[in-house]
Design a protein around this ligand. Sequence first.
Ligand SMILES: NC(=O)c1ccc[n+]([C@@H]2O[C@H](COP(=O)([O-])OP(=O)(O)OC[C@H]3O[C@@H](n4cnc5c(N)ncnc54)[C@H](OP(=O)(O)O)[C@@H]3O)[C@@H](O)[C@H]2O)c1
Length: 369
Amino acid sequence: MSRHPHDEHHPARFAEIVDRVLEAPVVPSFTRVGYDVRSRLFAWAPLDGYDLRGRTIVLTGPTSGLGLAAAHQLARCGARLVLVGRDRERTELTRAELPPAKGDRNHTVVVADLSDLMAVRAAAAEIVATTDAVHALVHNAGALTALRRETADGTEATVASQVVGPFLLTLLLLDRLRAAAPGRVITVSSGGMYTERVSVDRLEMGEDYRGSVQYARAKRAQVTLNEVWAGRVSGSDVVFHAMHPGWADTPGVAAALPRFRRVLGPLLRPPAQGADTIAWLASDDGEPATTTGTFWLDRHARAIHKLGSTRRSDSPAERARLWDWCVTRSGIGQGGQLQVAAPLEEPDGQSDDLSRRASRSGDQRPAGR
Ligand SMILES: NC(=O)c1ccc[n+]([C@@H]2O[C@H](COP(=O)([O-])OP(=O)(O)OC[C@H]3O[C@@H](n4cnc5c(N)ncnc54)[C@H](OP(=O)(O)O)[C@@H]3O)[C@@H](O)[C@H]2O)c1
């Protein structure tokens, strides 16, 4: 790599150049090499230095891997955690083992399988009843599954748990997120999404199901929705971030991708490195609190497209279809759930149709950055 003679005197510019060179080939960028180099290049603030006393953070998937690492980090900084897990025993165990905190240890457990819309509604109601303000909602739960499964309401399970369930949970907690002004919604996506187009028609796989492809399509939808949410909700109320953690050695990876894990071996990031940007987005009051609709890797905003084909698929019309599809699948367009649409846009509470109200405010962000 050639260096501009003046780069010596501009460490920030030099760091940017090294970061970009590192990002081009995926392997060094996504492995611990990317983390190690970037954390030193940019002299990252140590996470333990953040004081999160007085903040409530709702975290899904806290029982394993990245979620567990994030839970420990955030608890150490004093945040009050609401741990949303699908298995009460495992989630209670996670709570019991959280490290001593700077703040109180008033962490709570809420049980919900995120692919189950009734369970998501019940979880949201429990959180609303016990929490005045949600400072961050972290959509971390997720899995890549070899076998296709459908939920009771007929949605493919990967999409149900990682797209529809989180969409509904965000919507139901929007008032509490607004109360933290700005509340933060952080979605843990995957670099695998770079391979997939934005397409409602292809979102749920059928007989052609392949776990890794289905997973990547759900992860692409998460990143697209992150930008759509940011276009629909004022950033002074709630900011939206999506991120990918690189490749980390977690029980999820060991179960779903054993060969990949064997090949990459020690190059995989430890869970705490994969969780670093999750915790940073939830903790830092700089860019994470003042920008919205961004996609992050290693504390740095990243493009959401690397391929022309995916960029071309990312049209305002397809984004609007995806939003409408989520509204329909999450059941919020039906009967008694309509009142939750009100905070999405006008404060007059006259909501009668979520998708119409939301689209009136328009998606202000350009598609396909
Ligand atoms: N590790 C990586 O390299 C990597 C790379 C890219 C993206 N990611 C993403 O990072 C996130 C965490 O992954 P991980 O590697 O830490 O995996 P993990 O070790 O398997 O942990 C996944 C967590 O999600 C929970 N979960 C899964 N499906 C759920 C559902 N339907 N409802 C509620 N909770 C559910 C699991 O709960 P149980 O304990 O009950 O199973 C567990 O707490 C996922 O969104 C994943 O897609 C990871």
